[in-house]
Design a protein around this ligand. Sequence first.
Ligand code: MV4
Length: 590
Amino acid sequence: MFTKVLIANRGEIAVRVIRACQELGIGTVAVYSELDRNALHVRLADEAYALGGQTAAESYLNTEAILDVIRRSGAQAVHPGYGFFSENTDFARAITDMGVTFIGPPPEAIEVMGDKVSSRIAAEKAGVAGVPGTTEFLNDSSEVVAFGKAHGWPVAIKAAYGGGGRGMRVVRSEVEAAEAFDSARSEALKGFGRDECYVERYLTWPRHIEMQIIGDTHGNVVWVGERDCSAQRRHQKLVEESPAPAFPDEIRQAMGEAAVKVARATGYYNAGTVEFLYQDGDFFFLEMNTRLQVEHPVTEMVAGIDLVAEQLRVAAGEPLSFSQDDIERRGHAIEIRINAENPAGGKFLPAPGRIETIVPPQGFGTRWDGGYESGDEVSQYYDNLVGKLICWGEDRPTAIRRTLRALREFRIEGLATTIPADIAILEHPDFQAAEHSTKWVEDRLDLSQVGVEPVAPAGEEAEPKVRRDVDVEVNGKRFRVSMFVPESSLVAAAPAGGRAGATARPRRGSGGGGARGAAGSGSVTVPMQGTIVKVLVEEGQSVESGQTVCVLEAMKMENNIAAEVAGTVKEVKVAAGDSVGSGDVVVVIE
Ligand code: MV4
């Protein structure tokens, strides 16, 4: 096993990998941008090296800087996490040439799976079908029309070198074909620099189900379990779960075997995910992700397997620590991605900023894989995933209830998050009945009522509460009621002219304070029980309205007690050290 691993990433996934290394006794090397100098992954790692730069391109994607840190730190292997260098074969080869292990699949497999056409051909060679369609590139829109007539409408035109839905056009009838073909091509050219397109049947209500596989360098490849990632918006997954609901076990077995066949056909090792579309009992190969994915924990929770630890083992040349027959899946797991985005009105506007307070939920079956703690900054320059909440339950209804409980318990102050949208998804009868699809969030889920005001921090210190007793009558019965209210509200609620304004120090942003009513009263009273620590006026002295006449210490705070009217001090009723009660007159002004 390695003794030192460099984690070429940041945020929650860097934290996730560091934790796995620590549990295996492996030393950890973090890298960081200027903005991440004191980020959680840096705080947790054994060593940390600056990459310089702020944007991802200047820092986490700076190959030379990372190669330099590998040399200086003596790391024997690099875990790329997801994103950044995770599917970059130049990087994988560069470090391999230095004698450093890339914790991931062979570069040849990354290349084959790197575009839709070669991956689809590879899957077909392995005997795994994609959505019925062509693997030849389209020359003109008449071929789209011919395909539609032969296989039925709608059809999808897809950019061969595209991704994330860009360059995809749905064609519902012959008349739409020409324009759709042109716009798919131009979007593909703009987005990916190549405009080759192909056509396939368009599935109108599919689910996105993906299969986790892992292999070693000894020829073992196993499937660990599927994840349903249908609840997504604009190709950003919001909720993932395992097992896929309403998914028969024979299909699971067949999908698992299909995924293993695809992996074997490309000489795959390490962790990978084969994506399928599933509709009406049929599944079709979509693409393969040649990396550890964000949503890997749902599989871990159901299978009881630490996928990152296993990645480290197989990268070190060890055989997989389990066989296909050893894998048992139990219960149901749901992952919620919590992003710093404001889902108000379904807009999901990025909401980077400082997390004033983050208190993740706890309890049975409740896991938090986060990248930040209270006081940390979610930068606009990087992915705004704050972390992932993963809940496990005996069955799907239990897991849904637990996830909802945990989401409602979650406290994040200082910025807006996707939590209200996540709650709306999990509460929805369509989701609970597993009647959703990849289009459900955008087409059916109504988020117009979801409004999020970022929760403001509670302030440096909680405002002291004071007791106030009032008499109330309920249905003719008299009750004496004790209220425990913030001082500021007490002052604001005081009857006009009744008492002097009290100014608490340190002063808080809002609230009452200050004298109320122009008339004011000559009898200066204290608004709460406490001790007079200073008397600032004497009999016969003239005072201004608003002038402090004495200082009252109450609830460990000093409060200036001010005159409400200008005049001459007729009587001083207290001295320093005196105890006073709420409403006591301390000074009389004429
Ligand atoms: C499809 C499809 C329906 N029929 N292909 C979108 C992104 C790309 N990776 C594949 N995508 C789709 N391909 C056919 N023939 C529906 C989608 C799709 C989708 C797929 C997976 C996850 C989310 C999605 C959201 C919208 C559309």
